[in-house]
Design a protein around this ligand. Structure first.
Ligand code: SAJ
Length: 415
């Protein structure tokens, strides 16, 4: 069995390392973050995903999963490092560059290098391959095989989706696509599709851009519905009964490390041809401010000083707060002088800049309960949960609270 070296032990790299180690491969994961490496060496795992810790411990005990702050020789190298955007909203490839440069001294002829990080179109051809050539290997001649194989997993179901999702193997050459496809085909249950690196790069970006644009449409519908006095969620649910319609849901904004970022990778390469993608980003980025404006508006008719802010993660039932719209809303409300008591059953205080309270503490003496995430814990909270509030006023941005007697309920996208 081939030996695999994974660069980057974050949300994708660590589960990927564990996935392949569980299949019996010798996997060596490395990361420049000493703290992460130390804790993994001490059998502590920093990512909370169903089934992950068990498989991690089994592989570590078996001895075929090791961690270090430097790479090791292998047959397959996988790069799963972050690709953030800079202030100018252009992809920052510095982690990809440094990961590549650190693995290259360990690479031998015939090895396969797979990039998994999300990257702007043409990055393999114009950025990755030239770095590999500088090291003396010619990927055009398949001296090393280079492929782009984007991941598609969703937080909360990472292991399941690594196993079952279809995958794309985008080769810099046809042979590289074939090599990468063979590796995944042997190990996953989904189908593997071979294509070029550029097609794979654009496909990955369009998947998330489709979602961003569709969410922007839902958010626009929410605003229109409020003006017209109809319920956007009901309209969406009815429209989605049409066999070819799938409108997404409105909300307080779009967070996470993919959907709010990936569209910019397309925009940076084709600014003149992406007015729709750009407008969708603007609409979604405006949503947290819209929520704050709504609260200021509610203040004209209700006494609002203390706010219980429920939900800080970027989406339901995960602890991830990256790019979470809730954090923007919390900061703006605090800056506007409200007393904000935030609660999230999944998020720990060291991950956020705001203080956290229990559900009861946050709701006690609150003038408004602001629901920003549809965690299972919040769905259909009983009326009694709101008993200790100063006034029973709820603003639900995710339509997860049912209307109840004695509670004044405002919903995003409704009235
Ligand atoms: N959101 C809405 N309305 C919706 C759906 C989502 O407002 O109808 C918001 C969520 O609340 C959240 C954000 O959008 O703030 C993104 O959430 P998400 O569940 O749509 O996506 P992610 O970022 O967790 O994961 C996405 C997935 N991509 C697609 O579904 C096309 C995942 O499969 C990718 O692996 C991941 O991006 C990635 O790594 O690219």
């Amino acid at each position: 069995m081939e030996k695999i070296c994974v660069a980057g032990l974050g949300y994708i790299g660590l589960p990927t390392s564990i996935f392949f180690a569980d299949k019996g491969y010798d996997v060596h994961g490395y990361d420049i973050n000493e703290r992460v490496v130390k804790s993994l060496q001490n059998k502590q795992i920093h990512i909370d995903e169903p089934g992950l810790v068990e498989k991690f411990l089994q592989s570590v005990e078996r001895g075929n999963l090791t961690f270090d702050h430097k790479p090791a020789e292998a047959d397959v190298f996988m790069v799963a490092v972050p690709t953030p955007i800079n202030e100018n909203r252009k992809g920052n490839l510095s982690y990809v560059e440094s990961a590549l440069k650190s693995i290259l001294p360990y690479v031998k002829k015939g090895n396969l290098i797979i990039i998994e990080s999300t990257i702007p179109p043409k990055t393999i051809e114009e950025f990755v391959v030239p770095i590999i050539k500088e090291q003396g290997f010619n990927p055009d001649e398949n001296e090393v095989f280079v492929a782009y194989c984007p991941e598609r997993v969703i937080p909360g179901k990472i292991l399941d989706e690594l196993q079952n999702n279809d995958r794309i193997a985008g080769g810099y050459t046809e042979e590289a696509a074939g090599k990468a496809a063979a590796l995944f085909s042997k190990n996953i249950s989904g189908n593997v599709y071979e294509t070029t690196a550029l097609t794979a790069e654009m496909t990955k970006l369009m998947e998330n851009t489709y979602r961003d644009v569709n969410i922007a449409l839902a958010n626009e519908l929410a605003l229109v519905s409020e003006q017209l006095g109809v319920d956007a969620f009901e309209i969406i649910s009815l429209a989605n009964k049409h066999p070819r319609v799938h409108i997404h849901s409105p909300g307080p904004g779009v967070g996470g490390h993919c959907i709010p970022i990936d569209p910019y990778f397309i925009i940076e390469k084709a600014e003149a041809h992406t007015p729709l993608i750009q407008r969708a980003r603007e609409i979604n980025e405006q949503m947290p401010h819209y929520v704050v404006d709504k609260i200021n508006e509610l203040k004209e008719t209700h006494e609002i000083k203390n706010i219980a802010l429920l939900g800080l993660s970027y989406k339901a039932n995960v602890s991830d707060v990256r790019e979470s719209p809730s954090l923007i809303i919390a900061e703006q409300l605090i800056a506007a002088g409200y007393n904000v008591k935030s609660h999230d059953p999944y998020v720990s205080e060291q991950e956020v800049s705001v203080s956290l309270y229990s559900l009861e503490e946050s709701l006690r003496e609150a003038d408004l309960a602001l629901i920003l995430v549809d965690h299972n814990d919040f769905i259909n909270l009983p009326a009694s949960a709101f008993n200790e509030m100063n006034q029973k006023l709820i603003f639900d941005t995710k339509k997860c609270i049912k209307p109840m007697e004695e509670i004044t309920l405002y919903q995003l996208g409704n009235k």
